[in-house]
Write a protein that binds this ligand. Structure first.
Ligand SMILES: *Cc1c(COP(=O)(O)O)cnc(C)c1O
Length: 384
């Protein structure tokens, strides 16, 4: 995944394992997103599901309007640490959460007719003013990895036009769709066409529409001009405000996972055991699945020394992949995995009691700051 990334820090000078955010690269992404906001006249908010490293929220909030959240915990973090707009959407909200959700949120997007009926009066009668929207399902699959396709058949995510026709929309100020994952502006165009075809007659009645996440805006080659013209065209046609809520695009290629070689063994092939784990520290490697890039390493047999890189848990399948290196690996060597900021620390776990990676920042001036280290208490406190 991602372009070749140069490392601007000494991997031996940071803890291992650790996730390292590169502030300069983060700001490059945010600058591009700011340009989109300015040229398209839209709002971009950060989806905390993909990236919730709150020690850099002061940086992110210089550029973005707020956060998209999907749980009370995310909403609290957004309110406390980001401090701008909080847009709430979840597949279902619990009765004992709704009051907190109302107090924490500026927008609440409900996922179904019954959730809307269940909470409309509570939201309406609250002294906290909240904009209420509905998530629609455009039933248009542009995502080919099924686990990430919100429009797959029988999807629970969003209201189909057949169901929406049964709802009185007079208290609804906006619509939300999320149909993309790592997609280009071309795929957004396809999704927008489906949204317009099915829901166009209702959009004119709305104040705002949220195009969801999955816009890979900061990827090399992404056509931002096309994105901007799609948003401008949509705003002009329907007279609505447009919101985007990407997660991945904010942190794309803006950070690393540093790990160490603990042992090198042989079982027909050379295997290096690391102090990190696919299963615990980069679960998308197994879930998506995908092959992360490593600085100064390549596909097997490109360079003279090929190793299978394996995690430190007892799970047989805790394997990151096969990589080749110019020099033989040694115990204690540091490896730098690129593009490890999004969907990594938000999904990691203490499976097998492996330690969680520390979290740090390479500041814009090149200095390193360790923002978090984890210990036994973090493992213990999740159990009883
Ligand atoms: C996952 C998700 C996002 C963020 O998606 P990215 O692929 O990280 O940009 C935004 N909105 C909703 C509703 C989501 O489920």
């Amino acid at each position: 995944m991602g372009r070749k990334t140069a490392v601007t820090f000494d991997p031996y000078a940071v803890p291992s394992p650790s996730y390292i955010c590169d502030e300069k690269k983060l700001r490059e992404n945010l600058n591009l997103l700011r340009t989109v906001q300015e040229k398209a006249g839209c709002k971009i908010i950060l989806a905390l599901k993909g990236f919730a490293m709150w020690s850099v929220f002061p940086v992110v909030r210089e550029y973005l309007y707020g956060v998209a959240v999907s749980s009370v915990n995310e909403a609290k973090l957004g309110r406390e640490e980001f401090g701008r707009e909080v847009h709430y959407y979840a597949p279902a909200i619990k009765d004992d959460e709704i009051e907190t959700v109302i107090q924490l949120s500026d927008h609440i997007v409900l996922n179904s007719h019954s959730q809307f009926e269940r909470y409309r009066d509570k939201i309406k009668s609250s002294n906290k003013k909240v904009k209420v929207g509905l998530r629609i399902n455009p039933e248009c699959s542009v995502v080919t990895t099924e686990i990430y396709n919100p429009c797959t058949r029988y999807s629970r995510l969003g209201i189909t036009i057949a169901e929406l026709n049964k709802i009185d929309l007079k208290e609804i100020t906006g619509l939300h769709f999320h149909a993309l994952c790592e997609n280009s502006a071309n795929e957004l165009e396809v999704a927008l066409r489906a949204v317009e075809k099915k829901f166009g007659h209702l959009i004119k009645e709305m104040e705002w529409i949220n195009f969801g996440g999955g816009h890979h805006i900061t990827r090399e080659g992404y056509d931002t001009d096309k994105l901007i013209s799609l948003i401008l065209g949509f705003k002009e046609k329907y007279g609505v405000d447009v919101i985007l809520e990407p997660g991945e695009a904010i942190a794309l290629n803006a950070g690393f996972l540093v790990a160490s070689v603990l042992d090198i063994i042989r079982n027909e092939i050379d295997i290096a055991i690391l102090d990190t784990s696919a299963s615990a520290h980069m679960p998308d490697v197994l879930e998506m699945p995908y092959r992360p890039e490593i600085v100064n390493a390549g596909e097997p047999a490109i360079y003279p020394h090929t190793y299978r890189l394996a995690g430190g848990t007892c799970l047989a399948g805790d394997i990151i992949g096969d990589y080749s290196f110019k020099k033989r690996l040694n115990i204690g060597d540091r490896l730098v995995f690129t593009d490890m900021l999004h969907y990594s620390m938000v999904k990691n776990n203490t499976f097998n009691g492996v330690e969680l990676p520390s979290i740090g920042i390479i500041n814009a001036d090149g200095s390193f700051a360790l923002t978090r280290a984890f210990g036994y208490e973090d493992y213990r406190n999740r159990l009883s």
